[in-house]
Design a protein. Structure first.
Length: 464
């Protein structure tokens, strides 16, 4: 195991390279500290556009630039790739592992921005058949599953099996679910037209299901109704007030509020419902005696620190703060708040606990979601927009928040190709994308080093 080199300056460790981790690091650029950002990926993921990777509009590099590249000019910041496996709150150390290499990094201030994953509400086995939409791996797997379903349907002789392959079910009618359903529908109706000889992709069924009574509940009744009407016109079947009770390889079972059940035959499913805090949050909470909410997010003090540990901040999707949604702005604002508190403490030569009490205040800057080409909805304060103006606003804001000028230009070009015409440049898929996650889950944690070295795994030993 290696350890970080000693320093006389205050040491800040940031866990996670999403909006929370990156913005906390950048906010400390002019502060006299040494920052170590640790993340299990080497890129900063612009999660709101994952669905466009999954449906062939954008490449992964356009929404996930390398973290080292982003921070290359910030001399007080270092980047370590690795999965954080332990945080010793008494010794002030963070242990991370990259393949078989373990590293222990000391800190004076810690910012936990590890984010959240997909929640299956206690039915984790659903994940085998319905990937979520939280990581690049998820998006690439879904791309392979979506395009692969059309390829398999082209080969299928049985009409019933072909219909099953051409039925896509998206679970969750929040922004991600609405955007995924709309893009799968557009993909089938426009992009793939004329690409096949034995099937008509436009005849594919796309269903959006949710237990709520409207789509986009957070946007209000009017925009929810507008969105549902637009989805209907697009050809998406919306099924509300139903719960998914079972998911298997060939379909899903839904149940309405009266207890009536229905099975929908579908090979390709997308899970866009529910979030679960990174397990790291629960691990740290247990060490310090903090609470976690039912989604596994850490209940923090008003200044985003943990009880008895003013040197530890929890920000972004991993924190549980009433009134703060799990969106990019929540992560950005909480990260900047934590960085300001750390900077003030460093300048005073103490800890954030030595500072006057301060409460984090979230400023709601609104929500937006695309429905289809040229159609979106925007909710900002009392302002409600829909249709083309909302779509333009969505484009501009998302383009603004994409990190890196090259990524912004290439994304704008891809959008032009996709939205003016009907082409999608990122349609290449591999079997590895489709089965990699499932294979990794079966092999278990800690097997990557052995695989790379060509060593046999435990179940491959002689006699097994």
């Amino acid at each position: 195991m290696t350890s970080s080199s000693p320093t006389t300056r205050a040491r800040v460790v940031v866990v996670g390279s999403g909006f929370g981790g990156l913005f906390a690091t950048k906010a400390l650029r002019s502060v006299d500290v040494d920052i170590t950002l640790i993340a299990d990926t080497n890129a900063h993921l612009f999660q709101p556009l994952l669905y466009q990777v999954a449906t062939g509009i954008l490449s992964e590099g356009q929404i996930a630039p390398a973290t080292r590249g982003i921070l290359r000019r910030q001399r007080n910041a270092s980047v370590l790739q690795g999965l954080v496996t332990e945080i010793d709150v008494d010794a002030h150390t963070v242990t991370s592992r990259f393949h078989d290499k373990e590293t222990r990094t000391s800190y004076d201030h810690l910012v936990l921005a590890a984010g959240a994953g997909q929640s299956y509400f206690g039915n984790d086995h659903f994940a085998t058949y319905a990937p979520g939409m939280k990581t690049l791996d998820d998006a690439l797997e879904l791309r392979s599953r979506i395009f692969g379903a059309f390829e398999q349907a082209e080969l299928e002789e049985d009409p019933a099996l072909r219909e099953r392959l051409l039925t896509f079910v998206v679970v969750g009618a929040g922004p991600t679910g609405v955007e995924m359903a709309g893009q799968i529908r557009e993909l089938a109706s426009t992009t793939l037209t004329g690409n096949f000889r034995r099937i008509d992709p436009a005849r594919a069924r796309v269903l959006l299901v949710d237990g709520a009574s409207q789509v986009l509940p957070a946007f209000g009744d009017r925009l929810g109704a507008v969105t549902q009407r637009e989805l209907h016109q697009l050809g998406v079947e919306v099924r509300l007030s139903v719960m998914v009770t079972d998911v298997d390889a060939t379909g899903v079972v839904i149940q309405d509020r009266d207890g009536n059940r229905e099975r929908i035959e579908s090979v390709c499913k997308v899970w866009a419902a529910g979030v679960q805090g990174n397990p790291l949050g629960r691990l740290v909470a247990e060490h310090v005696g903090a609470e976690v909410d039912r989604s596994g997010r850490v209940v923090v003090r008003p200044d985003l620190t943990l009880p008895g540990h003013p040197e530890i901040f929890v920000v972004g999707d991993l924190m549980s703060v009433p009134g703060v949604p799990g969106v990019a702005q929540g992560a950005i604002q909480s990260a900047r708040f934590a960085a300001e508190r750390i900077a003030a403490a460093v300048r005073r030569g103490g800890t954030p606990d030595d500072l006057p009490e301060q409460t984090f205040r979230y400023v709601d800057k609104g929500s937006m979601a695309t429905i289809s080409k040229y159609k979106a909805v925007v909710s900002v304060g009392r302002l409600r927009l829909s249709g083309f103006p909302a779509w333009v606003a969505w484009l501009l804001l998302h383009l603004l928040y994409i990190t890196g000028f090259k990524q912004q230009v290439s994304t704008l070009l891809r959008w032009f190709i996709t939205f003016v015409g009907s082409g999608r440049a990122e349609r290449a898929t591999t079997n590895q994308q489709m089965v990699g996650r499932l294979a990794k889950n079966r092999l278990g944690q800690g097997t990557s080093g052995r695989l790379i070295r060509g060593e046999p795994l435990p179940d491959q030993q002689e006699g097994h």
